[in-house]
Design a protein around this ligand. Structure first.
Ligand SMILES: [Fe+2]
Ligand SMILES: [Fe+2]
Length: 254
């Protein structure tokens, strides 16, 4: 069982314009997880981890990641989003600066027994929308050419499906067809994304796509013509059995 925490938007201090306190929301979520009998196999943090990508925010987050992984020794997969700063993200969360160049995507492969999680960095620096480069898609196809015993989950920030909010639809992954072609016929059984601050389920070809709710604040999916944020916090529980995913939203009371 995985827990997906998305769009944490950690600040150095204070609250976001909608009045949300991202660090308090994260601490509340960790309290809920800690108090539960569940011990996840892994955590998926799907982007926009720091609101403005500062080293201080990543330091605050690193402390919480250590707390999360201390719960069950479970790995924490971190994926950058458009609010993150790649170099600070790499230095603050992955502990090395060598490959933390702003122009080098941070793609990783993680194994959980026979289940593979591939994290993909869809960030375009200084841009809110996302993409996957040709080189990333080639590496992804190379990796997927060897099937995993229990299937593969892709974790990324920008969804390869649309949103009912027009401004978010315009900031989705810009080449979902290329991704669909790259994973066609492979063992990918679920794509997990964030970015929209509202939960959505869709399909890329025949692959289920889950767009997780945000931990920091929510967007109003009933307002199509503008982006309306409000306080609200949730994360996702992801179970995969026999390559069949089941995703469940866990609200975080304010
Ligand atoms: Fe976000
Ligand atoms: Fe985002």
């Amino acid at each position: 069982m995985f827990l997906q925490l998305s769009d944490l938007h950690i600040l150095d201090r204070g609250t976001l314009p909608v009045g949300a306190d991202p660090l308090a929301n994260l601490d509340r979520a960790i309290d809920i997880i800690e108090a539960s009998p569940s011990r996840p196999d892994g955590f998926l943090l799907t982007g926009d981890l720091a609101d403005s990508g500062t080293p201080v925010a990543y330091g605050l987050l690193r402390d919480r990641i250590e707390r999360l992984s201390g719960l069950s020794g479970a790995p924490v997969v971190v994926v950058p989003g458009n609010h993150d700063n790649r170099a600070a993200f790499q230095l603050g969360l992955l502990g090395s600066y060598g490959s933390g160049r702003a122009d080098t995507p941070i793609d990783q492969v993680h194994w959980f027994g026979g289940l593979r999680v591939i994290s993909l960095d869809t960030v375009v620096p200084a841009c809110d929308g996302g993409t996957l480069r040709d080189s990333q898609l080639r590496r992804l196809q190379d990796e997927l050419s060897t099937p995993a015993r229990d299937g593969t989950i892709l974790a990324m920030h920008h969804p390869p499906v649309s949103s009912p909010i027009r401004s978010m639809a315009a900031m989705a992954l810009d080449n979902p067809d290329r991704l669909a072609a790259a994973i066609e016929g492979t063992d990918v059984c679920l794509i997990v994304a964030g970015h929209n601050h509202h939960a959505s389920a869709g399909l890329l070809g025949r692959i289920p796509v889950w767009v997780g709710p945000a931990l920091s604040y929510s967007s109003d999916a009933l307002v199509e013509d503008s982006y309306t944020g409000r306080r609200g916090s949730a994360f996702s529980r992801i179970d995969v059995a026999d390559r069949q995913p089941l995703v469940t939203v866990v609200p975080v009371p304010l």
